[in-house]
Design a protein around this ligand. Structure first.
Ligand code: UTP
Length: 295
């Protein structure tokens, strides 16, 4: 079989962000900053660091500022130059040069599966990566989460969903996979998958956490997929159907994943990323200690 490399990625970022209202009324949740960098910039960096060359962001009419963020801003660049702020100027120019980024609009928020379907003609006949626009994964000094999945894809030439074990009380919030056998190592073949099950119906505690490598045949299933949980076209349902004709694997990736579309997940990410910054670490540690003593 001819090996196909994963060089394109899709970032669905057209959700309504209802868990983060009112902040997301006019600002996309993907643009909320973790310290001083918008969430989507971390995700695009992960894709680039994983070897991705072209990225399609699925947007909606409320998301212009994402396009502006990854474009040049000559007026700001000139003003920074004139005021001698060369480092800041270089920093904003570098953002515009991070990757080849394209955009397509999802005209109605019909679900994650429908958002991915909007990427069909961009992807063509190649395997591709999916990174959810509100899931950030940090793997300090190690391989980016997506790179781990791409290497797993390269080994088996089949679709891979990124998973981690979640506690019982969190199972109902995720797509949960059913492995064909007990997990032994990081990669396991799957027999089924279910979106947001009750704990008693969940086949495992392995939850799909915002990273996928998919074969292009997924589009055949997305095109005919009926709305599932929440009345939305679910990617989970299409992957489950894909398993009838192709093998699909889970890969238990290394790294800490933050659900930045959730208020508590966003706060955790902000505090932990700030603690990694040399200019903030000491002050924040001291402040957190006083808070612990006060509350
Ligand atoms: P979420 O369910 O986390 O996003 O979808 P949401 O719908 O914005 O969240 P809440 O519950 O209303 O707060 C996971 C990813 O899929 C994208 C989202 O932008 C997010 O990155 N998505 C979801 C779409 O692009 N289109 C959709 O129709 C739904």
């Amino acid at each position: 079989m001819k090996k196909r490399a994963v060089k394109k990625a899709v970032i669905p970022a057209a959700g309504l962000g209802t868990r983060f209202l009112p902040a997301t009324k006019a600002i996309p949740k993907e643009m909320l900053p973790i310290v001083d960098i918008p969430t989507i910039q971390y995700i695009i960096k992960e894709a680039v660091d994983s070897g991705i060359e072209e990225i399609l962001v699925i947007t909606n009419s409320n998301k212009h500022c994402m396009e502006n963020h990854f474009d040049r801003n000559y007026e700001l660049e000139n003003r920074l130059m004139e005021s001698g702020k060369q480092a800041e100027r270089d920093m904003i120019c570098e953002i515009a040069d991070m990757a080849n980024i394209y955009y397509v609009r999802q005209k109605e928020p019909k679900g994650l599966g429908h958002a991915i379907l909007c990427a069909k003609s961009f992807i063509g006949e190649q395997p591709f990566a999916v990174l959810l626009g509100d899931d950030v994964v940090e793997n300090h000094g190690g391989k980016p989460a997506l790179k781990q999945l791409i290497e797993a894809y390269d080994a088996v030439q089949a679709s891979i969903v990124g998973v981690q074990t979640v506690p019982d009380e969190a199972v109902h919030k995720y797509g949960i996979v059913e492995p064909v056998r007990q997990m032994n190592g990081r990669r396991v073949k799957l027999s089924s998958m279910v979106e947001k099950p009750k704990l008693e119906d969940a086949p495992s505690n392995l939850a799909v956490l915002g990273r996928y490598v998919l074969t292009p045949e997924i589009f055949d299933y997305l095109e005919t997929q009926e709305p599932g949980a929440g009345g939305e076209i679910q990617l989970t349902d299409a992957i489950k159907n894909l398993m009838i004709s192709q093998s699909v694997y889970a890969y238990d990736f290394e790294g800490t994943r933050y659900d930045v579309g959730d208020k508590f997940g966003f706060i955790k990410a902000t505090v932990e990323y700030a603690l990694e910054r040399d200019e903030l670490k000491a002050d924040l540690q001291a402040y957190l200690k006083t808070l612990v003593e006060t509350f």
